[in-house]
Ligand binder design. Structure first.
Ligand SMILES: Cc1cc2nc3c(=O)[nH]c(=O)nc-3n(C[C@H](O)[C@H](O)[C@H](O)COP(=O)(O)OP(=O)(O)OC[C@H]3O[C@@H](n4cnc5c(N)ncnc54)[C@H](O)[C@@H]3O)c2cc1C
Length: 465
């Protein structure tokens, strides 16, 4: 059976306008936001509008033995949407309805193509927030962020996507439609399938509806900005703030390389003579915020940092804009930006910061480090040029060392960006062979033909021989 037959079948189900085959229209689906990965052209792109249409796509994919790659906005940083074996890219962008805001149960029900920021804008008048806030939230979809279990700037206090997903509708690899979870605060019915599909990176099923938990917006917040003469005192302050039993909503770090780059890009007066800055925000009810902010200032000052409090909304917005500009600013400096998200227990943050600095020196590479320091989730960002083979070899060895360092400190390969294809070869380093076999058994129970997002996260058996 041919691709042509598949196209014919899919057009009859979805309509011609929802089955795209022209090469010039498919090129932008051959890659995503991840650097340094080979591109692969899909055979076709489908843009279903209903769950029934998604189910029909999967049934056709089975019939014509074509792999399916679910895709939201393609902002993932692990090669999660690259159609490595050709086949069908299934875009969720036309399934973009907010189906319900339920203030009585504090939930929202959305289709997968809803943009995270759109959900937050819609619930703001209700005095509610959906806390997971990846730096890409103005572009990234709810489906993509559930499939990646994205984190964000507020992860320290509020947790990550999996802490907010209560229910899912999923199209399985055989085209069946299943629902798991719901609106109840408590639910211990059988295996926790909602958690299994959250973070499954499109390898177990296509998410077609999501119920998420919302929380009341904090009454007030205070944002502080601290500069440090070295990484050690910045790292020690992070650990001591947590030890003082203050859990800020956000605690972000930027090293000097990142600061210099952001400053060149945005000119907002960042102290480029410092070795590191911390951005700390505490939020909640006013009395608690005042007390926690005082503790944060005391810890930072005791550790030799110089701390300022943002005077008003404008100054605070400027600080957060600087933080959100970190990756785009770094990405302008050299043609290729390799961004990692190795994560360590937060007591090891200083050790990890120094290890990254050391690796950069040893391999003679420019590495800017920023990230969610309070979570132990750093983004060492290597600025390089994929056309320079010799430098890329050093980059790859440096990346290996970053992962080894994180794992040796009891950390993990990825705090939020997922395994995808970019980190698949490192999986046995963290899980061991036996652990990887467990993943394969789960994959094969739900998708025996490896039809859904093959080549991502779970290696096919024949690939591992
Ligand atoms: C500038 C920038 C900043 C970022 N900041 C953060 C950050 O702070 N925290 C963070 O965690 N990530 C961050 N990311 C990574 C990325 O934005 C997030 O992972 C995001 O949630 C992905 O959403 P998306 O819609 O782009 O998904 P995509 O990239 O399209 O897809 C991501 C994965 O989900 C799968 N998928 C997509 N839709 C579905 C579906 N309906 N059903 C099943 N599987 C599906 C795909 O197959 C793929 O494996 C950042 C990326 C950029 C470019």
């Amino acid at each position: 059976m041919s691709v042509q037959e598949a196209i014919y079948t899919l057009r009859s189900v979805l309509g011609k306008e929802n089955v795209i085959t022209a090469k010039e229209d498919l090129i932008c689906y051959s890659f995503d936001a991840t650097a340094d990965l080979p591109e692969h052209l899909p055979d076709l792109l489908v843009t279903p509008m209903t769950v029934e249409q998604v189910a029909e796509v999967i049934k056709a994919a089975n019939r014509y033995k074509m792999p399916v790659y679910p895709r939201g906005s393609g902002t993932n940083l692990s090669g999660g949407t690259v159609p490595v074996r050709g086949g069908i890219v299934l875009s969720s962008l036309k399934m973009n309805k907010i189906l319900e805001i339920d203030p009585d149960n504090l939930t929202a029900t959305v289709q997968p193509g809803v943009i995270i920021q759109t959900l937050n804008n819609t619930i703001a008048p209700h005095g509610l927030i959906y806390p997971p806030d990846p730096g890409s939230m103005a572009t990234a979809t709810m489906g993509g962020s559930v499939a990646e279990c994205s984190g964000g700037l507020r992860g320290l206090k509020y947790g990550v996507t999996r802490d907010y997903v209560m229910g899912l509708e999923v199209v399985l690899a055989n085209g069946d439609i299943a629902r798991f979870g719901g609106k109840t605060v408590k639910n211990v019915t059988a295996y926790d399938m909602v958690r299994l599909f959250t973070g499954s990176e499109g390898t177990l099923g296509i998410i077609t509806e999501i119920i998420v938990r919302l929380i009341p917006a904090p009454e007030t917040r205070e944002t502080m900005f601290a500069t440090f003469a070295d990484l050690t005192t910045a790292g020690r302050s992070i650990t001591e703030i947590i030890r003082s039993k203050v859990i800020p909503a956000t605690m972000e770090i930027m090293d000097r390389v990142t600061m210099e780059t952001v400053e060149n890009h945005a000119q907002i007066g960042l102290p480029t003579e410092s070795e590191a800055i911390l951005l700390v925000e505490v939020d909640g009810i006013p009395e608690v915020v005042r007390r926690e902010a005082a503790t944060v200032r005391e810890v930072i000052t005791r550790n030799g940092g110089v701390v300022k409090t943002a005077a008003g909304d404008h100054e605070r917005d400027q600080l957060w804009a600087a933080r959100r500009a970190a990756l785009p600013a770094l990405a302008r400096k050299r043609p290729t930006t390799i961004l990692e998200d190795a994560t360590v227990p937060r007591s090891k943050i200083t050790e990890m910061l120094l290890a990254i600095q050391n690796i950069g020196r040893r391999y003679n590479l420019t590495i800017g480090t920023f990230g969610h320091a309070g979570d132990g989730n750093l983004h060492p960002t290597i600025l390089t040029d994929s056309r320079d083979q010799e430098e890329m070899e050093r980059v790859h060895r440096a990346v290996d060392e970053i992962f080894k360092a994180a794992l040796s400190m009891g950390g993990t390969l990825t705090g939020e960006h997922g395994i995808g294809m970019a980190k698949a070869r490192y999986l046995p380093w963290e899980y061991g062979e036996k652990g990887v076999q467990v993943l394969q058994k789960i994959k094969e129970a739900l998708d025996p033909e490896y039809l859904l997002n093959p080549g991502k996260m779970v290696p096919c058996r024949e690939e591992r021989k």
